[in-house]
Ligand binder design. Structure first.
Ligand code: C5P
Length: 409
């Protein structure tokens, strides 16, 4: 299971012989879905090159506190905020002493002091250094500050001694890091969401569209990420910033949305069709701007429209289909039409909302909905789209799990 899906792990590597194991640790963390950034102390660079760890993590390695160029990329405070967890592995006696005493003499110790993310250390040192009272006191101080201490293991050491001080193996450390996070509703799941309106071109300057703001879809994408999922959001033209950790694919027309959805379908567990897709598009897009006849006030213009592909149905019709959720924005007989769409489009769930009410309409920040399934109806009272999105994601995750079982290997 990708238990670290979407999680940001900041790995601090200090200068001990066990630093060579950090390479494997990065690989294992990434395999579990984590985005790993590495900070190395000067000592660590004597044991393993930043280039190796950069190649494995896929991110630039951070080395100096006072490097203006690196700070311009991602400054130390930004990096401390970025992390969901910090693991210092190997943690030498020296770095443990500095952390225990709140010192901030280099980038790694500064980050450990500045962060509010859970912090963990994997001590690695000679057994004599580990058993020394000073080190034991420092580790105790760190435990009191809620720093988690992984290991060390007992055994033969690089220096030939036998005793406690060996860094835990990378597999064990990766497991411990994953245990920092409790399993969330959608941990390791892939969710694909459509949102916003589509734009159907008439000529190079005109189009047909609708009032969809994309707010509901963007709130759903955020809620799904909060629940541990990897999220791709295929969005029509909207005026909203991309939420954190979301893979956003921008499109204009329904046909482009259809294409983007199927291009990104691989591995999708849950599909949520929240977009207000234009049902029709002009049969032909004029190459040049349509000109009116200035001398004919009674002139009319006819645009022939043809049907767009039904995206949510095309997903529900796939042989290996994900769990499919649709939306029904209606102005009358809301639940009746929604139940009809649920069956006709072969959806697993449908979210019905009444768009005749301005307070909960397309552009509003609030909504009031009912989630319908074959044998299931859950009304959700008026609330912000953010709150409702979390509730919808919860229901979707529960129904999905009850159909597909928990956990994903
Ligand atoms: O048919 P209607 O537009 O009312 O259905 C709404 C649901 O179908 C929504 O989930 C919407 O995203 C989806 N839809 C679609 N492709 C279309 C039309 C609607 O995916 N061409």
């Amino acid at each position: 299971m990708q238990r670290l899906n979407n999680k940001r792990v900041l790995l601090g590597v200090s200068g001990g012989i066990a630093a060579y194991k950090s390479a494997e640790l990065i690989r294992l963390l990434s395999k579990q879905g984590a985005d790993v950034r590495v900070v190395m102390t000067k000592g660590a660079c004597e044991f393993i090159t930043p280039l190796t760890l950069q190649a494995l993590s896929g991110n630039p390695v951070h080395l100096d506190l006072l490097d203006a160029k690196a700070e311009a990329g991602m400054g130390h405070i930004e990096l401390a905020r970025w992390a969901d967890v910090i693991l210092v592995a190997p943690a030498t006696a020296n770095i443990i002493a500095q952390m225990a005493n709140g010192q901030a003499g280099d980038l790694l110790t500064t980050l450990c002091l500045a962060t509010s993310a859970p912090t963990c250390i994997a001590p690695a040192m000679n057994q004599g250094m580990y058993l020394d009272e000073a080190t034991q006191t420092n580790i105790e101080l760190l435990r009191e500050k809620d720093v988690r201490v992984f290991g060390p293991a007992d055994g033969t050491q690089a220096c030939g001694d036998v005793g406690p001080g060996r860094m835990l193996e990378p597999e064990q450390l990766a497991e411990h890091v994953a245990d920092v996070f409790s399993r969330e509703l959608l941990t390791g799941r892939k969710v694909l969401i459509t949102g916003g309106p589509t734009q159907e071109a008439i000529d190079p300057v005109r189009y047909i569209s609708n009032h969809s703001s994309g707010k509901m879809a963007f709130a759903l994408a955020t809620a799904a990420v909060e629940a541990g999922a990897s999220v791709t959001l295929v969005s029509g033209p909207v005026n909203l910033p991309t939420p954190d950790r979301i893979n956003r694919v921008d499109i204009l027309s329904a046909r482009e949305m259809h294409q983007a959805v199927h291009d990104n379908m691989k591995g999708t567990d849950i599909f949520i069709g929240c977009a207000a897709v234009c049902d029709y598009r002009p049969a032909e897009i004029m190459k040049d701007k349509i000109k009116k006849n200035p001398d004919d006030p009674s002139e009319t213009l006819e645009i022939k429209l043809v049907k767009n592909p039904d995206i949510v149905s095309s997903v529900a019709d796939l042989k290996e289909r994900p769990f499919v959720v649709g939306f029904a924005a209606e102005t009358q007989n809301v639940l009746g039409y929604a139940a009809d769409k649920l069956r006709r489009k072969k959806l697993d769930l449908i979210v019905a909302n009444d768009v005749s009410d301005d307070e909960i309409g397309f552009s509003s920040d609030n909504n009031e909905i009912t989630v319908l399934g074959d044998d299931f109806e859950e009304p959700m009272s008026r609330a912000s789209k953010t709150v409702l999105a979390r509730k919808i994601v919860k229901v979707v995750a529960q129904r999905f799990e009850s159909e597909n079982g928990t956990g994903k290997e």
